[in-house]
Design a protein around this ligand. Sequence first.
Ligand code: GN1
Ligand code: MG
Length: 372
Amino acid sequence: MEMNIDILEVCRAFGIEGDLSEIQVMRDGHINTTYVAFFVVNGELRKYLVQGINTHVFKKPDKLMDNIVGVTTFLREKILENGGDPDRETLTFLPAKDGKYFYYYDDKCWRVYHYIDSSYTINIIKKPSVFENAGRSFGLFQKNLSGYPMESLYEIIKDFHNTPKRLENLKASVEADVKGRAAEVKDEIEFALARERETKVALKLYRDGLIPLRVTHNDTKLNNILFDRKTNESICVIDLDTIMPGFSLYDFGDAIRFGANTAAEDERDLSKVQLSLTLFESFAKGFLSACATALTRAEVKHLAFSAMLMTYECGIRFLTDYLDGDVYFKIAYPDHNLVRARNQFKLVYEIEQHLDEMNEIVDRIYKEAINN
Ligand code: GN1
Ligand code: MG
């Protein structure tokens, strides 16, 4: 078991002692590779998350970890101020023996953090209250970080949510057509190109001074929240790699994209892909209960639209990666990225059909939230 030896060596480099008793693989993420390592130290079981950083995506692990350690240290203080438990409500990273929060072993870059025990992640929502909880967590996350010095954050992935740029990338990939796949996905390309005007909306609002830059998470998938096994409450926002200055619309929209889809992000049967208005409302309720008073009028007005924008952008990214030959997102089978892209575009269509209702919901919930 070569991997066990690697993981063990990595853990030792982060100062972990004891006997390695078990390794589990975590399969949720599309980018990094994550393991849980179980150690027995003086008869006591200790669990660590050992993560191989995808350096193709995150080219500067030092900057990445500066961002993350800066933010988690800041959040720790906030959580303590609010009487919470920072060991469960934010992530705790371990320095390696050289004091850095990452370590190269065998050409791979690793980091290690404490496993938050008695917690779980969710991929599909069964109960709306769970999604409301998630909304509150992401809203609070944004609120807690409102005092964080934004200028100290490094832009880890340039133009990450620059939707016009994402569409330009798609056009370039269609042009290059390195795998000869463009003909097969003509309809999807057309769908993406037909919405070019929408790509510019958020950036224009920013340029017009109507929405501000904030410290945002930028990858608010439901499975980037830990829930407590005992209380079933959401406890901790994880996957902090893409924390950067961004728009609140990104965090709201991306959460809806993933969590209010009635099917998984890679469901092939598109008849199952719909937008749940009930779930949309639940998330909006949670999110706005945490940060309504901090949002500008234009942010609130575009929350429903942001669900469309982020779903559309993600579809563009999956389609681009399919055309590029699957070089970015991990795939489990050959047309996985195409299945994901079709799924996202179906959801875009669904959101477009329900946008008026979604706007009414936000309006109602916003009024309730600011009157409370
Ligand atoms: C990736 O790492 P993960 O699986 O949480 C991606 C997100 C996409 C998402 C689509 C750094 O998130 O931007 O929205 O897949 N992360 C990065 O599921 O590109
Ligand atoms: Mg993740």
